[in-house]
Design a protein around this ligand. Sequence first.
Ligand SMILES: [Zn+2]
Length: 461
Amino acid sequence: MLAVIKNILYSLHKHREYSDLFKTSSTVLLSNIIIVKQRENSNDSNRRLPFQESTVPERYLGLNFTKTGLNSKYNTLIQEMKNNLIKWKSQAITMKAKMTILKTYVLSKLTYHQYMDNLNEEQIEEINNMTRWFLFSSVKNTYTEERKYKTMMKIDRAYADWKEGGIKLWDLELRHIAFKIWYMNRLFHNNYNNNNNTLQEWYMEQLSRKKPTLQPSTICADTGINELPDCIRNDNDEPLKLKEIYELMIKDRHPTPRRTEWQKLWAVRYNTAIPKVFININSISHQKGRNTLFRFFSRSLPGINHERDTRCKICGHLLRDPYSHLFTLCQDILDIEKTIISTVNKISFIKIHRWSMDTLDISKYNRTERIFPNLIGIIAHQLWKIICHKLFNTDESKPEPKFEQKVIETELLNLIETEKFITLKKIKHDEAILKNTNQDLHKYKFNKAWQTPAAPNPLPI
Ligand SMILES: [Zn+2]
């Protein structure tokens, strides 16, 4: 079975054939009806059509058709998507929020049409360009169509999962091929369960002839196919899901996300465990903290990437790598190192002796421990606010953010309260719906994960 999946899924060339064929055969089916009507009409030129021949696209099941076939709506949709992204631009702060908006409110507009219609190369590039603008440019940056926007992440890394240091961006080309494969696969599935369906036999014939014909006729006669093939199934013996098809294809095209040169260097110099650090970053619940740490390790923080082998704009020292310098080695950070260390050691059971790349690399901690990684995220985010103010602020009336133990503590306490609320809700839900009264275990687990020296039992048992 695996060989079959490989055969079908792993040859993109074939995919394209399938999808093109599918598009043609579906639209031919519809235009066929129109042509038959026209033929009827041409036999008797004096006879008028019982209906007015349409000159504008007609809507059928949400898709537009003319007498020649499917009339693509993509250009209109892309315009709508652009307007939406412009509206959403200022609303999204973290990478995760941006990705959610992009997929839920913008790219989802394409979904229905992707079952039948194909995006062309220019359309894909147009969508990718506005995506890059939305994800990586600053909030103040207004969208200009002529401009080519840059990504701050190599595109193969961007397609990868969050746990691998990617942002799960969609490869639109693969995705719309995946839609067609899914559709064809579903068709085989129905076929298998219902051998007498004429329409499906007709589809099979289209597939085997490579060129669509108009007359449905008996299958197998001149095709050499003796029985209808079954669909491709997953491990649960169900027809492959769209998600599974897409994931197989993306893994095939980009097997493991490449590390950046600096990620490789960090691994040697600081023993940074990439990609394991991304797995732990992914479970940080403080949103801004998670975002800053993620962008730190994926090296996609705005505004500092190009600062290499130059003097630091804050302390004047030579720097090779803006990331490790600005966050751990800059004189301004060294000046507050003691405060950072005492803040961590006061709030967390895990103690640190230095503030360094080693401290930022949260990969070595057990993932049931929630305080420490969240705390490191909160601190990294506070440092980033300070760095940004020093590097980019032009508004003198804006107060300079400071590193204060109290600020960090408050952020963490608020986070614990939120988590507490979620856990109590879950306990209530379990009791009401599942009649499960194991609340002590929930509370015990919560306390173990979220305990601090000041509050060893944040949830009283
Ligand atoms: Zn510096």
